[in-house]
Design a protein around this ligand. Sequence first.
Ligand code: PMP
Length: 280
Amino acid sequence: METETVYLNGDYVPLADAKISVMDRGFLFGDGVYEVIPAYSGQLFRLEDHLERLDKSLRAIRLQNPHSHEQWLNLLTPLLKKGLDQSVYLQITRGTAPKRDHAFPQNVTPTVFAMVTGITPHSDPDNGVKALSMEDSRWKLCDTKAITLLANVLLRQAAVDNGCTEAILFKDGYLTEGAASNVFAVIDGILMTPPKSSAILPGITRDVILEIARKNNIPCSEQAISKADIKKASELWITSSTREIIPVVELDSEKVSGGKPGPVWKTFYKLFQEHKQSLR
Ligand code: PMP
């Protein structure tokens, strides 16, 4: 699905006509935040959770939310195609300042942009993806969904250069997350993921998976996971709003769960689809 009409600063315009100034602080400094919200059959999924995370990101960069949650719903809805599964990308920057200066400009209106793209969740029960473990080279504000993603871009590209789909990141010997995903591991029969902290983005998909686990009495734990723990994992997953739950079947050229998606992934794939279906 190609992006056709986008939202920019109050207008719905064809993508090709959406233009911003080169003085925009998003362009010059990466001074902005974003959200990615899936929509199933045209219905935004966990909108309130995404908007609360947006509020937190905006507070972290000391920028006021230009819209109420209700205004966001009204603003995003016209972009969605009825009946389709899509995702909304929205971005707010500190706006276009008269000169390039690191300090915040005064009386500048934020730039607000949103577009919709198709989503392709992983649904193949026979195949998974390869991942590469890497040192987490990012900054200390990883819980802020900042558009400043250069480290994530370089990490993901290093994974791709090695024939992998995602980089799985470790800081001081402990798992943080993926370049654009959270990570889950099944270790000794328990579904584990690192606890929320400033070292990871608090993924909405991560929350959904933990809720599903608790509701179904599937043992799960939010705890520190070392590199040695990961070596013992019988399953490894990466999770995000646009791709849901992806089984990692090879890490650093070594097979995980025998090179096939594991039984816990299969259970969660089914439960996640049922959860989505119940909201349609
Ligand atoms: N961590 C990072 C670094 C991400 O960029 C993302 C989203 N792409 C996630 C985790 C997953 O978050 P969510 O489930 O809310 O999409």
